[in-house]
Design a protein around this ligand. Structure first.
Ligand SMILES: [Zn+2]
Length: 405
């Protein structure tokens, strides 16, 4: 049966090409990126799924008044398995990022261009490849009358590139009835070209804005003011102590420790001879899952208070974004099965590892589900001349089906 399905998939290049061509021609941009959302692309996917047949299809739209249709589409499509209490979900996102300067592209980003095994266009890698591989896997299962060991659930979500509020986060919070206690999640949206990168953990993420209020004055009389650039500079250095306060190591991550980096700095005064009375800068923290974010925030508060007292300046901390993500154990059955399947198809041993943070796998993990992010990607998402390989698309589909036999 396995060989029969592998052969079937090897002959699906035309299908992959057709799906990619249609989807590249439907730019699905979020309102934040000046677009009208994912509705047209979702309709195309839904119509195609209905043609293959045998799915239970559910629409899970999230209200969004900023766009004409008033909603951001999410679609679940399920094929029943032998164990119907358990669903293996493959999650891909329909939205894309803007193409960027057209002078950087060799071809039109919204017209698919093929050069041998490679296809070019905005979205082909991020995340059309995941959409296509998962549809091909389902198509192969249906066409060969296979009953997978668990249900296969395809989940096509909106809003991945701009925060997930109308996408997977919405679906998981508002449709808990879809998910059974033993479900697992595969997200084909990160990967490397030799198929070995298997993401099972993320660092906790926190973005902070630190604003310092001092007293502006003429640069010739610094004694009459409080120089906020001086305070900010000292504070940036004081915050380096977070590296030693939270210095645990975890070799699953690269780098294997938590990071606390000052990044953006807002403009202060426009002229040289004024001492600034207000400064703001930002701190990007990627914290190993061994630590609780609250512990880190308390330590940051302590540093701010010391610094504030020393300079007699007001320092305010604003948490712009924070996200905790428990990890999935590399020993989890689902991860082992996925690794075996990758080994079977690609002949390589994938290595479970952690990344800096920011994939949709955080949402199922927060609800206690095992989740892996894996696919075979050339790694040019968001770049001009985004391209991907048809062979990888088909082989990834083989990995998905193989895992469900
Ligand atoms: Zn993506």
């Amino acid at each position: 049966m396995k060989q029969q399905i592998f052969n079937y998939l090897q002959n699906q290049e035309e299908t992959a090409l057709f799906l990619q061509k249609e989807m590249v021609g439907i730019p699905a941009l979020a309102p934040e990126n000046g677009g009208t959302g994912e509705q047209t692309k979702a309709e195309f996917i839904r119509t195609y799924l209905k043609q293959i047949g045998n799915f239970r299809i559910m629409d899970l739209p999230a209200e969004d008044s900023r766009i004409e249709s008033g909603e951001r589409p999410n679609i679940a499509a399920i094929i029943n398995g032998r164990d119907q209490d358990r669903t293996t979900w493959i999650v891909s996102h329909m939205d894309i990022v803007p193409p960027g300067g057209s002078e950087l592209w060799n071809t039109d980003p919204f017209t698919l261009y093929q050069d041998g095994d490679y296809i070019y266009g905005r979205g082909v890698e991020d995340n059309h490849q995941g959409i296509v591989s998962s549809i091909l896997a389902a198509k192969a299962i249906i066409a060969n009358s296979v009953v997978p060991c668990t249900n296969l659930g395809l989940l096509f979500v909106a809003d991945e590139e701009t925060g997930n509020k109308y996408g997977l986060e919405f679906v998981m919070n508002n449709h808990p009835e879809l998910f059974g206690a033993n479900d697992c999640f595969l997200v084909p949206d990160i990967g490397n070209s030799d198929s070995t990168l298997l993401e099972v953990a993320e660092k906790n993420l926190a973005w902070l804005k630190l604003t310092i209020e001092g007293k502006q004055c003429h640069a010739s009389t610094p004694n009459k003011g409080t120089n906020t650039l001086l305070v900010a500079s000292d504070l940036v250095l004081r915050l380096r102590s977070l590296y030693s306060s939270f210095d645990k190591q975890n070799e699953m991550f690269k780098p294997p420790y938590s990071t606390f980096e000052a990044t953006k700095k807002e403009a202060n005064v426009p002229n040289v001879n004024t001492i600034p009375g207000r400064d703001a800068f930002y701190l990007d923290c990627r914290i190993l899952p061994e630590y609780d974010l609250q512990e880190v925030f308390s330590e940051i508060d302590r540093i701010l208070e010391d610094c504030s007292n020393y300079y007699n300046a007001k320092i305010e901390k604003e948490i712009l974004h924070s996200e905790s993500s428990p990890s999935t154990s590399p020993d989890n059955d689902f991860i082992k099965k996925l690794m075996d399947s990758i080994q079977d198809v690609y002949g390589v041993k994938a290595s479970p590892q952690g990344v800096g943070g920011g994939t949709v796998a955080a949402y199922p993990r927060q609800k206690g589900f095992p989740a892996a992010v894996w696919s075979t990607l050339l790694g040019n998402a968001h770049q001009p001349n985004e391209h991907t390989s048809l062979t990888n698309t088909i082989k990834d589909a083989q990995v998905f089906v193989n895992m469900l036999l």
